[in-house]
Ligand binder design. Sequence first.
Ligand code: PAF
Length: 282
Amino acid sequence: MEIVRSIAGVRAWRRGAGAGSLGFVPTMGALHAGHASLLRAARAGNDRVAASIFVNPTQFGPGEDFSRYPRTFAADCALLAAEGVALLFAPEPAEMYPAGFSTAIDVGPVGARLDGASRPGHFTGVATVVAKLFSITGPERAYFGQKDAAQVAVLRQMVRDLSLPVELQICPIVREPDGLALSSRNRYLSPAERVEALVLSRALLAAEDLARHGARDAAMLLETARAVLGEEPALRLDYLALVEPDTLEPVAFLEPGRPALLAVAGWIGVTRLIDNTLLSPV
Ligand code: PAF
């Protein structure tokens, strides 16, 4: 695996790599089995795979965890190499945001919903860095996790609006056997907090179960999930919402053939966690 720090280096690698499709997996490092599933999908669908590790400062708000975000570069490189990644782009902030950098991509209302509502500016940071990473690497396909469902909606909007020549591939959430969705931020949790965090997936499961038994009313589904969340005093709820997956606008009733996104976010201690599920009535 070639590790490249500069934009010019990636472009040179791309020219030298010749024909064949490139799958791209952008990450902030602290890689886990969820990232590995993206890398495997990228490998299966493309001739070559490139990944990036860049803890993007512009998607963190003041007081968020930018400075303490887990940085595990050596272990990440080992995982990427084992998954057959050909190129790792790992720039310093100054390479991505040199003095005078001032462009920002605002995707509009979808960027201000769910996490965009509680983390103002977050999705402008995400959209801008992802557009820049696409421009640098020029992939045919790029791979993202469904766990960041609002990020997926934002990036779909951006790719559509800007006619970016890249196909977004969204991979399912990877969970621990007990239901906890994998996240780089799970490393922050103490053993007790890790148990408390299970309330998120439990709440989603309760609503899924109700929907499977025919419930269609959003208020009832949300109430059921909220009741489960309420059982865990350690959880400080940020949002619980049933929304249309592309626009993130609220859904009042589940309709056959129209999957709705049930999404939750909250803090366990100082750790902000998110989780979601798609409810697909038949
Ligand atoms: O999902 C992430 O890890 C980040 O938001 C991304 C897409 C790499 C942009 O910094």
